[in-house]
Design a protein around this ligand. Structure first.
Ligand code: NDP
Length: 447
C-alpha cells in the first residue's frame, strides 16, 4: 500500500544504521494494510504511523562502576520511552554487550503492541546497557546496578515508567535496582519495578510467567486445529528464564523437550529433558554449572558451537534466546524436519525473510508479541497487587495469566476473521495490538 510504503521509506531515512528497529517496524506496518485502508484519511491527517514509530523520548546516560580490583569501567545506559497512549511506559531492561539503540528501539516498539494485546493499561518502553554480566562477581553486579539506577531513577515511577527484567536482568538485578531506587527516593514505592522478590512486593508466578504464558497461548492455537501439547517434541533455544518456564510447562503437559541452548552451544536430550533437570536450570546457572556439565548430569549431549535449529526433527520449534535466531536458511529445513509450529517466546526471533518462508510452507507461527506477552501481563498483575497492598495466591495469578493468554488468542482470531487473514496470526496480532493504541492516540490529539 502506497501510504505504508511511503512511511516506511521515511522512517528508514530518519533511522539509518538501526537494522533491528527498521526490521520490527517493517514487519508490523507491512501487515497493517487492511486496517490502514479503512482509515487512511484519518491516519494520514494525524500522521499516526509516523508518530507511532518515533519514541516519545530516549534517555542515554553514562554508567560508571568499579570492579572488585578497584578499576573503573564505563558503560552505556538507555531508556527508550516509546508510547504511553494506553498506560504508563512498561518494558524490561536488558544487560548484554549487543545492546544498542537499534535493539532497544525494536524491543520498545514491539512492546507497545504486546502490552496492548494483554488488555492491561500499559504503554511500551525498553531499556538496558551494553554491560556484560557474564563472569562478573555478585559485588560487581551490585555496583553496576546501583550506578545504573542512580541515573535511571529520575525517569521512572509507578505512574510514569515501570521497568522489569529481560536478558541478563533477573530477580537478583531487580533487587539491587529496587534497593538503590528506594535509597535515593526515600519512599517505599515498590510499584516502580516488576519482577521483584516475593518478600518485597513481587508476584507469585512472575518468574515462570513468560514461559508458562507462551505454552498457554500455543495450547489455544493448537486446540483450534484439534491438536495439543501432549506427546509432541519441542526444540527450544536458550537456557534462561523463558526457556526454563516453557520447559517446565511443556513437560507438565506431557510434551518432550529435546533441545536447549546457550551462546556456546546446544544441549540435546534424545529421550527428553527430565523434570528434575528443568527444575534445576536456574540453580545450575547461579552455581556456575557449565552447559556441558548440565547435559552430562541429565543424560544429554552438548554440541559445542552449534545452534539448535535444523539439527533434529521436532513438532514445535521454540526460540527462547534472542532476536533473529531463525533465518531463512534455518527455516528452510523446518518442513523436512516435520516442524508444524514455530512458537516465538523470544522477541523477534525470526527474520522477515524466514517468516515469509514459514508462511509459504504452511508452518504456523505464534508471534512473539502474543506468545511471550505472559511475562509483562503478570508484571501488570504485580503492579495491581502493589497498588492494592495485597498478595494473590499462585492459583489466582496462574488463572488470570491463562485467561489473558486465551483473550489474546481471541483478539487475534477475531482480527483474522474481520480482515480475512486466514490463519496469519502474525498479521492478526499486529492489527489487534495496533488498533487499541491507534484509537487512544487519535482520541488524545496531536502531541
Ligand atoms: P535470560 O538472560 O534469562 O536468558 C537468555 C538465554 O539466551 C541464555 O541462555 C543465553 O545464553 C541466551 N542468549 C542470549 N543472547 C544470545 C545470543 N546472542 N545468541 C545465542 N543465545 C543467546 O533471558 P530471558 O530468558 O529472560 O529472555 C530470553 C528472550 O525472551 C529474550 O528475547 C527476551 O527479550 C524475551 N522475553 C523475556 C521476558 C521475560 O520475562 N524474561 C518477557 C518477554 C520476552 P547463555 O546461557 O550462554 O547466557
Amino acid at each position: 500500500m502506497q501510504y505504508i510504503d511511503n512511511v516506511l521509506s521515511k522512517i528508514a531515512e530518519q533511522n539509518p544504521n538501526q537494522p533491528e528497529f527498521l526490521q520490527a517496524v517493517t514487519e508490523v506496518y507491512s501487515s497493517l494494510t487492511p486496517i490502514v485502508s479503512e482509515n487512511e484519511k484519518v491516519y494520514k491527517e494525524a500522521a499516526l504511523l509516523e508518530r507511532l514509530a518515533e519514541p516519545d523520548r530516549t534517555v542515554s546516560f553514562r554508567v560508571s562502576w568499579k570492579d572488585d580490583g578497584g578499576n573503573v569501567h564505563v558503560n552505556k545506559g538507555y531508556r527508550v520511552q516509546f508510547n504511553n497512549a494506553i498506560g504508563p511506559y512498561k518494558g524490561g531492561l536488558r544487560f548484554h554487550p549487543s545492546v544498542n539503540l537499534s535493539v532497544l528501539k525494536f524491543l520498545g516498539f514491539e512492546q507497545i503492541f504486546k502490552n496492548s494485546l494483554t488488555t492491561l493499561p500499559m504503554g511500551g518502553a525498553k531499556g538496558g546497557s551494553d554491560f556484560d554480566p557474564k563472569g562478573k562477581t555478585d559485588s560487581e553486579i551490585m555496583s553496576f546496578c546501583q550506578s545504573f539506577m542512580t541515573e535511571l531513577y529520575r525517569h521512572i515511577g509507578q505512574f510514569t515508567d515501570v521497568p522489569a527484567g529481560d536478558i541478563g536482568v533477573g530477580g537478583r538485578e531487580i533487587g539491587y535496582l529496587f534497593g538503590q531506587y528506594k535509597r535515593i527516593c526515600g519512599a517505599y514505592e515498590n510499584g516502580v519495578l516488576t519482577g521483584k522478590g516475593l518478600s518485597f512486593g513481587g508476584s507469585l508466578i512472575r518468574p515462570e510467567a513468560t514461559g508458562f504464558g507462551s505454552i498457554y497461548f500455543l495450547e489455544e492455537v493448537m486446540a483450534s486445529r484439534s491438536d495439543g501439547v501432549k506427546g509432541k517434541t519441542f526444540a527450544l533455544s536458550g537456557f534462561g528464564n523463558v526457556a526454563w518456564g516453557a520447559a517446565l510447562k511443556i513437560i507438565a503437559l506431557g510434551g518432550k523437550v529435546i533441545t536447549l541452548s546457550g551462546q556456546d552451544g546446544t544441549l540435546y536430550f534424545k529421550n527428553g529433558l527430565p523434570t528434575e533437570a528443568a527444575e534445576y536450570m536456574p540453580a545450575s546457572r547461579t552455581n556456575g554449572v557449565t552447559k556441558e556439565e548440565f547435559a552430562k548430569k541429565f543424560g544429554g549431549e552438548f554440541l559445542a558451537g552449534k545452534k539448535p535449529w535444523g539439527l533434529f526433527g521436532a513438532d514445535v520449534c521454540m526460540p527462547c534466546a534472542t532476536q533473529n535466531e531463525i533465518t531463512a536458511e534455518t527455516a528452510g529445513s523446518f518442513s523436512r524436519l516435520g516442524v508444524k509450529y514455530v512458537n516465538e517466546a523470544a522477541n523477534m526471533p525470526t527474520t522477515n525473510e524466514a517468516l515469509a518462508l514459514l508462511k509459504s510452507q504452511g508452518i504456523v507461527v505464534c508471534p512473539a508479541k502474543a506468545s511471550n506477552a505472559g511475562g509483562v501481563a503478570v508484571s501488570g498483575l504485580e503492579m495491581s497487587q502493589n497498588s492494592e497492598r495485597l498478595c494473590w495466591t499462585k492459583e489466582e495469578v496462574d488463572d488470570k495469566l491463562k485467561n489473558i493468554m486465551k483473550n489474546i488468542y481471541a483478539q487475534i482470531n477475531s482480527a483474522c476473521e474481520r480482515y480475512s487473514l486466514g490463519f496469519d496470526l502474525v498479521a492478526g496480532a499486529n492489527i489487534a495490538g495496533f488498533k487499541k493504541v491507534a484509537d487512544a492516540m487519535l482520541a488524545q490529539g496531536i502531541y
